[in-house]
Design a protein around this ligand. Structure first.
Ligand SMILES: Cc1ncc(COP(=O)(O)O)c(C=O)c1O
Length: 427
């Protein structure tokens, strides 16, 4: 069970109370556990099942523990809720050979944006032929490298790029990327890339003139989109544009690429994938078309697969309270705090081992990374058990846009990634 799929409903219960000397039974509602409490309970069971402290004892800290079984679980969830869709994992979220191999073994494919990502797939023995190249701006050298590597499908959103692609042999095709603004997403991807519907229509005409085949359309509703409405709106507008352009230009489209954006419950609950899947299926059916549907999920596939363990390397009392300095931070695995504004939960390892820590033994603390930069603050004012030098901290859901966006600032070494395959776990 993933944290995102845990129920948020309070459990009804029965309690007894005295009223004018009589004992009456009244239905009471036990307060629902907070999101943090639910994630803590799930993480405690998972850590015990995989022997997390033993792994850290053997391999040291900081350490990212990558569980490929969780990548498979997430892919199965996508297949269950959107069974007709073909998954192209967004390699950028966690470009790790073990992830690539796991995804290839399930029969899913890939989405890439660079030469380095293509090389990773090639080195892992992946047949690159089904890979999508989605970066709408590429150097001519990158295009040649992608073609020579076997890539045949490219995303375009501007006329210049179509001209560049037109020099390739005619066994390629393109997807036209549309832009749908979504300021509510954690990362609105509509401003840097994507064509308006009017620009897209002109691109289709241009492609026809150049003899480049347009297979269909793509969009990205924004990373960490937590409601179904942006998906529904984008599907409605894209399918109606496709049908309209088929009539107007005589072209025939067969591919609808929904991009990524599926959310993860970091510090607050997000809708279950079943809810998003139902809305997406209905919106596609309402379009009345028969397209091949593609997905490009990144975060959803790998976020829950990596758990970060870090360690207190020093503590200090400052004017605003107690600070603990960890051996990983915003220039390392917590780069998602800096680049995405995500707030990963952080637990003391002692909170994950059975008995609850009494309130009196908890304190408000600020957690900072190891660099000398003042920006390097992971979380402020969070309630934790009292911590000492050497104590371990654990963050779940650290498998997307974390180690890959880390830098070597202050001479920090990249946090090692230790790969396990925990198989199906029953808690
Ligand atoms: C073109 C494209 N596809 C897919 C993704 C993956 O998005 P997410 O991780 O939100 O699923 C991204 C993320 O930036 C992207 O730019």
């Amino acid at each position: 069970m993933t944290p995102a799929s845990l129920s948020t409903l309070p459990a009804p219960s029965v309690r007894q109370s005295a009223d004018d000397g009589h004992i009456v039974r009244t239905a009471a509602r036990v307060p629902a556990p907070t999101h943090r409490a639910r994630v803590r309970a799930e993480l405690a069971r998972y850590s015990a099942a995989i022997g997390l402290t033993g792994i850290v004892r053997r391999h040291g800290s900081p350490l990212l523990v990558l569980d490929t079984a969780r990548v498979r679980d997430q892919l199965h969830l996508l297949q269950r809720e959107l069974p007709a869709a073909h998954v192209h994992f967004a390699t950028k979220a966690l470009p790790h050979p073990a992830v690539v191999r796991t995804i290839a073994e399930t029969g899913a494919s890939f989405e890439v944006a660079s030469r380095g990502e293509i090389a990773l797939l090639r080195d892992a023995g992946v047949d690159v032929g089904r890979t999508l190249h989605t970066h709408p701006i590429r150097s001519r050298a990158d295009i040649a490298d992608a073609y020579c590597s076997g890539i045949r499908r490219f995303v375009v959103d501007n006329p210049g790029e179509l001209w560049k692609l037109a020099v390739l042999p005619r066994d390629i095709d393109v997807l036209v990327r549309l832009s749908f603004p979504n300021p509510a997403a954690r990362c609105d991807l509509s401003t840097k890339f994507g064509a308006t519907e009017v620009q897209a229509a002109a691109l289709v005409e241009q492609a026809i003139g150049l003899g480049v085949s347009v297979a269909g359309f793509s969009f990205h509703v924004g990373s960490q989109t937590t409601t179904v409405a942006p998906f529904e709106r984008a599907i409605r507008r894209t399918t109606s544009l496709m049908s309209e352009l088929e009539v107007r230009t005589g072209a025939r489209f067969s591919v609808l690429d929904l991009g990524g954006g599926f959310p993860i419950g970091y510090d607050e609950a997000v809708p279950d994938l079943a809810v998003l899947g139902a809305g997406i299926r209905t919106a596609i059916a309402a379009g009345g078309r028969n397209d091949t549907v593609l997905l490009e999920p990144g975060r959803f596939v790998t976020a829950t697969a990596m758990t970060l363990v870090s360690r207190v390397i020093g503590s200090s009392d400052r004017v605003d309270g107690r600070w603990h300095y960890l051996d990983d931070g915003l220039y390392g695995s917590y780069s998602n705090v800096l680049t995405e504004g995500v707030h990963p939960l952080v637990f003391a390892a002692s909170e994950l081992t059975g008995s609850a820590v009494p309130d009196a033994a908890r304190e408000r603390a600020t957690l900072a990374g190891p660099t000398c930069d003042s920006v390097d603050v992971i979380a402020r004012g969070i309630e934790l058990p009292a911590l000492d030098e050497g104590d371990l901290l654990v963050s779940p859901m650290m498998g997307a846009y974390t180690s890959v966006t880390a830098s070597g600032f202050n001479g920090l070494e990249p946090t090692p990634i230790h790969v396990i395959d925990a198989g199906p776990l029953r808690f």
